[in-house]
Design a protein around this ligand. Structure first.
Ligand code: 1GP
Length: 241
């Protein structure tokens, strides 16, 4: 049963905006998780995403298990590769990198993940992942060996998002990349969200409450923030006021 997805759909219907904190296992020390999640619990965060383009030290499972001990929020894997899948989480964004034309990230990683997924109870949420130029060469670009779509090419972004919906994806994720200089422009979010029927996730380079509200107003249903929380943990609590 897709309980987490049903909740996202309900939130979209109710115009209740969702916010995910992204935890990169390469950057988050396991020892720091209890303290960090005390702040998360007091914030407006609704979801925890865990993953990264690499998991150099293979910390994913330990990080997810420790997070689960310190939060009641749903924890979703946001995998850079099939190796990051762990049943310790509640669900997984089952990503296809639709902006790229590298079969490894369109289908090969997905096939390789099945053996593990068959033996877990993770809620699997098919997600069309669209990399958009955020003004820096991102880790996704480097690892996937694909190029982002230019923010000037709104039609290509829209058509990619709709192709994802028509192929059965349940979420579309517009990604400017972790640490992006430029977040996805409000006009792009507006154009995509007005034509898309499934929920829209937006992430990459969001550093202020003003930007967050701009993205929500443009039509994003769920926003993802990682770097800004890593750099300033008080931002978690500041977002409440
Ligand atoms: C990256 O969209 C997420 O996958 C979050 O990006 O780290 O820039 O917040 P930031």
């Amino acid at each position: 049963m897709q309980t987490m997805y049903a909740h996202i759909i309900q939130a979209k219907k109710d115009n209740q905006k969702l916010l995910a904190v992204l935890i990169d296992p390469d950057k988050m020390g396991v020892d720091h998780i209890p303290e960090f999640f005390k702040k998360v619990q007091q914030s407006i965060i609704t979801h925890v995403f865990v993953g990264g383009s690499t998991d150099a030290e293979k910390k994913m499972e330990m990080v997810v298990k420790t997070i689960k001990q310190h939060t009641t929020l749903p924890v979703l894997i946001f995998p850079g590769s099939h190796e990051q899948i762990t049943e310790a989480a509640d669900g997984i964004l089952f990503l296809s990198l639709l902006s790229g034309r590298n079969p490894k990230y369109l289908i090969e990683q997905q096939v390789q993940s099945v053996e593990k997924l068959m033996h877990t109870n993770l809620e699997i949420i098919p997600t069309g992942y669209i990399l958009i130029d955020g003004g820096i060469k991102t880790a996704v670009q480097r690892v996937s060996e694909t190029l982002p779509i230019s923010q000037h090419n709104v039609e290509a972004i829209l058509h990619t998002a709709l192709a994802g919906q028509f192929s059965g994806k349940q979420l579309i994720y517009l990604e400017a990349g972790s640490g992006a200089k430029k977040m996805v422009a409000a006009e792009i979010i507006q154009e995509v969200s007005s034509k898309l029927q499934i929920p829209l996730i937006v992430g990459g380079g969001i550093r202020s409450k003003k930007q967050l509200n701009e993205i929500y107003e443009a039509g994003a249903d769920l926003v993802v923030i990682g770097t800004a929380f890593e750099e300033n943990e008080d931002f978690l609590v500041e977002l409440k006021s």
